[in-house]
Design a protein around this ligand. Sequence first.
Ligand SMILES: C[S@@+](CC[C@H](N)C(=O)[O-])C[C@H]1O[C@@H](n2cnc3c(N)ncnc32)[C@H](O)[C@@H]1O
Length: 464
Amino acid sequence: MSRIFPPSSREPAQAAGGAAPALSQQLAEVAQALQAILAGQSGTQALAAVPQRLRPGVQALLFQVLRQLGRAQALRAELAPRTPPPRVNALLCTALALAWDESQAPYPPFTLVNQAVEAAKRGPAQRQAAFINACLRRFLRERDALVAKTDAQPQALWNHPQWWIARLQQDHPAHWQQILQANNRHAPMTLRVNRLQATPAQYQQLLAAQQMGATPVGESGLALAQPQPVQALPGFAQGQVSVQDAAAQMAAPLLLQGLDLTQPLRVLDACAAPGGKTAHLLEYAGASAGAGAPLQVTALEIDAERSGRIHETLARVGVKAQVVVADASRPDQWWQQASGGAQFDAILLDAPCTASGIVRRHPDVRWLRRDSDIAQLAAIQSRLLDTLWPLLRTGGRMLYCTCSVFKAEGDLQVKAFLARNTQARLLPSPGHLIPGNTAQTAAVPDNEPGDHDGFFYALLEKAP
Ligand SMILES: C[S@@+](CC[C@H](N)C(=O)[O-])C[C@H]1O[C@@H](n2cnc3c(N)ncnc32)[C@H](O)[C@@H]1O
């Protein structure tokens, strides 16, 4: 999903190159996208249906709505106790989410209400326009009392489903509030400098020459002071830099440090698309051992369409890997082809997960997931761990990671794996990285909350 550019003022978001679209039109599009998400579509799919010229403004508003949806749903239930039809519910929730907190509202609340009613009169909720008008006028009159009433509901207070809040309370008793607060904020745009082409300090100077401020993050990262379209970044098309969160940038150094990169190494990236970590592995190895470092990477991906993005990523940064479309849990279908049946020196398992750590950038995720997804995904992760482990040579390393904050997909998953694999040894590992808000954008040193995604890392070694 492309990055968002929230409306920073109370002016209507301008469509690229043209007059600003009417706010009522944008609200109608936001409500339609919200309705699709509440029916199970991803935010990316829902936004794809929005006309391109409206998309940046609609995306910014939609993301704000998704970050305030728990509150909006609670207010909607106060105003209309019987759930209205989906299109009415979506338009009401859109207006309420944007207007309930005047300090964060992108437009004055009465403007939002007027424009939402206008959208109702012109759209598929036309016949319910009077009802929508009545609800929203009452909301304007009784806003403080209604908001106070919904404060008692955790879903309204934290803007996450109740089960999600309960799960975080259980998994992270010391940090659950910080995680929930961080999830409702904007993520910084963090870059990974391609060390085959430049050092972070050199690239920071290139940015400064374009009046783009940035702060160093970790070994190769720079967090931009303001998000930018990637095309505006110097040398982006030539692969000088990639967009990658600070937590995700830890994977390549974690897996490769401690291995002798001057020797030929066979590496498996088992769940690779869109190829961010594959590219980083090759950049890191190349920069550490000099040009022509003999890292042979097999990038596996089950989804043929998504595998195309690995090719694009690798071509842009100028590195090469063997890309194979296959199910990592079925080595009988790809292992011979990929390595002639030889074991790997290192395996990166960036496993499919709930994505509960990246809700800052994908605010739809919390409303799409169900509690039962966690156990289902944990079973897939466990199967992948068990299937790939025999493909690792003795003395080799496997890095297991997920972009999740739930322990069932991290700490508990690895504990269970260690219990059933006596040959596996846990090396010093970051464990759960907690998204939070620090005063400055810091490196990702340990488990204290930091301005990065939620992530989990466990580095495993195969003992003789
Ligand atoms: C978390 S994403 C990987 C992100 C990637 N490592 C990166 O840094 O750009 C997980 C990927 O695993 C793929 N995947 C899921 N199950 C898989 C399987 N059984 N075998 C191979 N790939 C799988 C998904 O299609 C998805 O592209």
